[in-house]
Design a protein around this ligand. Structure first.
Ligand SMILES: NC(=O)c1ccc[n+]([C@@H]2O[C@H](COP(=O)([O-])OP(=O)(O)OC[C@H]3O[C@@H](n4cnc5c(N)ncnc54)[C@H](O)[C@@H]3O)[C@@H](O)[C@H]2O)c1
Ligand SMILES: [Zn+2]
Length: 339
């Protein structure tokens, strides 16, 4: 897999920083919410061709894919045009998918605008569209050539976006970057200081199994089996759903004796340090049939009736184990009774 070049900038890049020769040689896809920031609005003027996007899960659909392709057909796009995305994870996943499929592939640059996308989704090359009720059911591997981490852009976010990032940040801490979990502070400064550690943790895994062939990359799904269920049923943000999914995984790992009590308590203290709108005791109040249906659609399914679940052994040490969906459902019921 092509290695992305990661550049950290105080502000937003000039076209020359992106190796774009003229304003007609690129198309910018932007989250239209970013127009609220005057500096982004001004910067967008450096591009001749612009496509506004409505961020969120409804963007990652075949309908909006075809709607945006139609809009693009009105533009004089040449074969060697660079596609630039500026936005959060939904925009990055969507534009990555367009760039990888439009005329069999265009040069791609990501400028992540949420902490979650800066720390996680812009890296590793996964693009994705949701299909029916399943997240990222359609997708490609297509890493951006350049990823720009802009301090000004990232610090312009509201506090909820900081909370969102900690799902993925704590995930990577649990997988292979324990230093991040030593004394985490739920702040933008902490995220900025620890960006390279978190990103480095992800690349350590991606480099071992870039196309998810050997299964090693699957550990990055820690917290996501139940996280996706919570995201689809409670309509919470991806980041917060992952945090809740990590709470489920920690409890399950402790219940099966994989995680010692002292370590379990430490992990809970860390996970519960993020203020969430949806509390864990509410999260399992969903009908069993609904959970079961979503688990059956899960793309991490290893066989008809099992999923590859990621368990925590201790901070910095996780492992994959197939679990029968019926056992996972029993664990859901057990945790529901306990809450
Ligand atoms: N490809 C991957 O490897 C990968 C990894 C993790 C998550 N994801 C995907 O990423 C998505 C979640 O990412 P996200 O939370 O960034 O999603 P998002 O793009 O939906 O952004 C969340 C919200 O923040 C707003 N926003 C974006 N930038 C902002 C800014 N600078 N200031 C204020 N508001 C801003 C958006 O308009 C949106 O309302 C999910 O679709 C998830 O599946 C992909
Ligand atoms: Zn995720």
């Amino acid at each position: 897999m092509q290695k992305s070049k990661i550049r950290t900038l105080a502000g937003l890049p000039k076209l020359s920083d992106l190796n774009i020769s003229s304003k007609n040689n690129a198309i910018i896809f932007y989250d239209q919410k970013l127009l609220k920031n005057l500096f982004v609005k001004t910067w967008l003027q450096s591009f001749s061709f612009k496509i506004a996007l409505n961020a969120g899960e409804s963007l990652k659909t075949l309908n909006s894919y075809s709607a945006i392709l139609k809009k693009m057909s009105a533009l004089p796009i040449q074969k060697n045009t660079t596609f630039v995305s500026i936005g959060g994870g939904s925009v990055g996943d969507f534009v990555g998918f367009i760039a990888s499929t439009y005329k069999r592939g265009q040069r791609l640059i990501h400028i992540p605008s949420t902490w979650l996308s800066a720390v996680d989704s812009a890296h590793g090359g996964k693009t994705g569209l949701n299909f029916l009720d399943t997240k990222n059911q359609i997708g490609t591997f297509y890493p951006a050539e350049i990823i720009i981490l802009s301090k000004k852009l990232l610090f312009s976010q509201p506090v909820d976006r900081i909370y969102d990032a900690f799902g993925e940040v704590f995930k990577i801490g649990l997988i292979n970057q324990p230093a991040i979990l030593q004394q985490p502070k739920i702040s933008a400064d902490y995220l900025w200081k620890n960006l390279s550690v978190a990103i480095g943790g992800k690349y350590k895994i991606v480099d071992l199994d870039p196309y998810e062939k050997t299964g090693l990359r699957q550990v990055l799904n820690l917290g996501h089996t139940m996280g996706h269920v919570f995201e689809m049923t409670h309509k919470v943000s991806h980041g917060q759903a992952v945090l809740l999914g990590l709470m489920f995984s920690a409890r399950y790992s402790f219940q099966l004796g994989y995680l010692k009590k002292a370590e379990f308590i430490k992990i809970c203290q860390i996970l519960f340090s993020v203020p969430l709108k949806l509390k864990y005791n509410k999260v399992l109040k969903i009908p069993d049939q609904k959970i079961h249906k979503l688990l059956l659609q899960d793309k991490k399914k290893s066989a008809q009736n099992q999923v590859n679940f990621i368990f925590i052994h201790k901070i910095g040490n996780v492992f994959i184990q197939p679990v029968l969906i019926s056992d996972l459902m029993s664990e859901v019921q057990r945790q529901r009774r306990q809450l």
